[in-house]
Write a protein that binds this ligand. Structure first.
Ligand SMILES: Nc1ncnc2c1ncn2[C@@H]1O[C@H](COP(=O)(O)OP(=O)(O)O)[C@@H](O)[C@H]1O
Ligand SMILES: [Mg+2]
Length: 360
């Protein structure tokens, strides 16, 4: 388990200070794939770097199972062992212990270009008391894990982006960390490579019970492998929850925007902006979200029959999210004012989330 409590961080610069994190609280259970999503500059990288203390928070505490707690008070960092006991000044030795349990991968892989795949992966195994033979065996084992054995003697320049990220993953896992921190690991990859890396991360999560904290600016990535998600904006976590819950019932404007972009429902804004003739009507424009409890019902034809209104579908999307169906529809409801209102009430009573975009 990882628990971040009241983490704050301001970058001090001569011209202006930047508040990167303000009172951030996050709890990641062991074995989870935990997504942190937000636009560029939201504070995601700063937050994940606070977990392994690559970035030192100004205040707050970080508790990690099997390690203990680091707390920053008045600019000083203290370490308390898991067993409790005296808290002491944080030392490099504590940080070394902490980082042994935390692997990290990055958007641009951070491989050593002059070293072969073998040497890149062997690097963190040096100075761990292992013999040459043990290191060789471990590197080959890691290459099998990421399915890249045939590239053992290749140089990074000879690899595709996806293959480079596999090398980086193998290197990050060399010393058997329990947690992998991933900062935009698929953001530089094409869609196919992205999919294969996400699949690999999910496999590693299952096979090794690896906890993964995954930072991304793409909701599609969250959808594909995360169990929970935190949405960040301006240094704050503004929304947090189970992935299906967040996608089926987003609360904050920024979360709605992310969700609508990834489902395609956001395209309605373009139609509105461009004064599309499709919307040239005085019908009521609504967005409906059908979740587990409502998706199976033929509600659209049901309401048109029941209330004698016209329901005209503008956009539609149904997907499986973590094994459960999630549907979105943007529709125009035309008919007497009272009936339109009755339709919306009826849908809401049947577990459909209805948002009125324009009254018509
Ligand atoms: N080393 C730094 N010095 C000054 N400001 C920084 C530094 N690193 C990040 N920032 C600023 O902190 C904010 C959060 O950045 P970051 O954590 O990288 O966000 P994200 O990863 O979500 O894009 C941004 O405004 C960024 O410009
Ligand atoms: Mg970042």
């Amino acid at each position: 388990m990882i628990e971040l409590s009241h983490i704050s961080k301001t970058y001090i610069a001569p011209d202006k200070n930047v508040v990167a994190l303000e009172d951030v609280n996050i709890r990641v259970e062991a074995g989870q794939v935990y997504g942190i999503v937000g636009y560029s500059g939201a504070g995601k990288s700063t937050l994940v770097r606070c977990i392994n203390f690559l970035e030192r928070p100004d205040a707050g505490s970080i508790r990690i199972d099997g390690f203990g707690t680091i707390e920053v008070r008045d600019g000083n960092a203290f370490y308390t062992p898991e067993s409790g006991g005296q808290s002491v000044r944080l030392t490099e030795k504590h940080l070394k212990t902490l980082r042994r349990d935390l692997g990290m991968i990055f958007q641009h892989f951070n491989l050593l270009d002059r070293d072969t795949v073998f040497d890149n992966i062997a690097y963190p195994l040096k100075y761990t008391g292992r013999s040459k033979e043990e290191i060789r065996a471990r590197v080959l084992e890691l290459l099998d894990l990421v399915d890249l054995r045939d590239k053992v003697n290749a140089y990074p320049s000879e690899l595709s982006g996806g293959q480079k990220q596999r090398v980086a993953i193998a290197r990050a896992l060399a010393n058997n960390p329990k947690i992998l921190l991933s900062d935009e690991a698929t953001s530089a990859l094409d869609p196919d490579a992205t999919e294969s890396i996400l699949k690999l991360l999910k496999d590693l999560n299952r096979k090794l019970n690896l906890t993964i904290v995954l930072i991304t600016h793409e909701m599609a990535v969250v959808k594909s492998i995360c169990d929970r998600v935190a949405v960040m904006e301006d240094g704050h976590v503004v929304e947090e929850g189970d992935v299906y819950e967040v996608f089926s019932n987003p609360q904050q404007p920024i979360t709605k925007k992310f969700v609508n972009t990834s489902s395609g429902m956001g395209q309605i804004n373009r139609l509105i902006r461009e004064n599309s003739s499709v919307l040239d009507t005085d019908a009521t424009l609504v967005q409906c979200t059908f979740s587990k409890d409502s998706v199976g019902e033929a509600l659209v034809s049901d309401v048109s029959r029941r209330f004698g209104v016209n329901v005209n579908i503008i956009l539609g999307n149904v997907e499986l999210l973590r094994g459960n169906p999630l549907g979105g529809l943007v529709v125009l409801i035309d008919g007497e004012e009272e009936k339109r209102r009755a339709v919306i009430e009826y849908l809401r009573a049947h577990d459909v989330r209805v948002e009125v975009i324009a009254r018509g």
